[in-house]
Design a protein around this ligand. Structure first.
Ligand code: ZN
Ligand code: MN
Length: 262
């Protein structure tokens, strides 16, 4: 049997053994099916959340559960909006209930160390609610030793990484959609999924400080990227991937392996 860290590739006895005997940390990547401009695939958010989870799992003795690919609706000011063809989203309640159910299933099979690793900006408080309700449900079921860690894989970005990635000024995390971070990381991990010849020349988005319902698609650059991806390289991607793998691994070690963070 392989030493894969991917749950889908394990037999059930091997999964059970790792949870029970190796005290494996179970990672649940959550992403989105969302446009990422002309040059990146629709799966970028769940693909990267899964890849960052896989790399962290290899360091800390983890198992990566199949990702939650569908996500809360893309918003104009953070993901370009839900109107793009291919951006295929869930209502908030659906996401909450799906993640809540899956977390309780993990618990039912004995997992007590769980990490929810998010790769899509708009998921944040729906995952908060899912974790909160799941832990409450478990308590009612008599499970009192559960610990769930939730974070974005890019929860913390050092100034050094920002300055290297954006020497001419950082647009901020919410405009980092289909831009230099994601493009560089994809170039490092999955170069065959990136078409750099299709990187758009659209200027960065310039949003007013509010949202509208229904959304106004005219606010969004035609490509769907919120800031230009020019300057993306596999080298920058490796730096970011290493940084975020370290960030996630340190968090898991601190909470689940008794190590001091940093
Ligand atoms: Zn993204
Ligand atoms: Mn996203």
């Amino acid at each position: 049997m392989s030493r894969s860290v991917m749950m889908s590739e394990l037999s059930w006895p091997e999964y059970k053994r790792r949870i029970e005997e190796e005290d494996a940390i179970l990672l649940l990547p959550v992403g989105a099916v969302e446009q990422h401009g002309y040059h990146l695939p629709l799966g970028t958010d769940w693909i990267m959340a899964t890849e960052m989870s896989r790399r962290a799992a290899e360091r800390v003795g983890g198992i990566v559960a199949p990702p939650v690919m569908y996500a809360y609706k893309s918003q104009v000011r953070s993901g370009g909006g839900n109107h793009f063809c291919g951006t295929t989203s869930l209502d908030g309640n659906s996401l909450i209930e799906m993640v809540r159910d899956v977390l309780k299933e993990f618990a039912r099979h004995g997992a007590r160390k769980i990490a929810v690793i998010d790769g899509h900006y708009e998921n944040e408080f729906f995952l908060t609610e899912a974790c909160d309700l799941a832990v409450r449900d478990m308590r009612y079921d008599g499970i009192t030793d559960m610990k769930i860690l939730k974070m974005r894989y890019c929860e913390e970005i050092t100034d050094e990484a920002i300055n290297t990635t954006y020497p001419n000024g950082y647009p901020g995390l919410s405009l980092e959609h289909g831009a230099v971070f994601e493009t560089s990381m994809m170039l490092h991990c999955f170069p065959h999924l990136v078409d750099v010849s299709k990187i758009s020349d659209d200027p960065p988005a310039d949003f007013p400080p509010y949202d509208l319902y229904p959304a106004n698609p005219d606010w969004v650059p035609p490509s769907g990227c919120l800031s230009p991806a020019h300057g993306s390289t596999a080298e920058i991607g490796k730096m970011l991937v290493d940084e975020f793998t370290g960030l996630v691994s340190r968090a898991l070690e601190a909470e689940f392996r008794g190590a001091e963070q940093k």
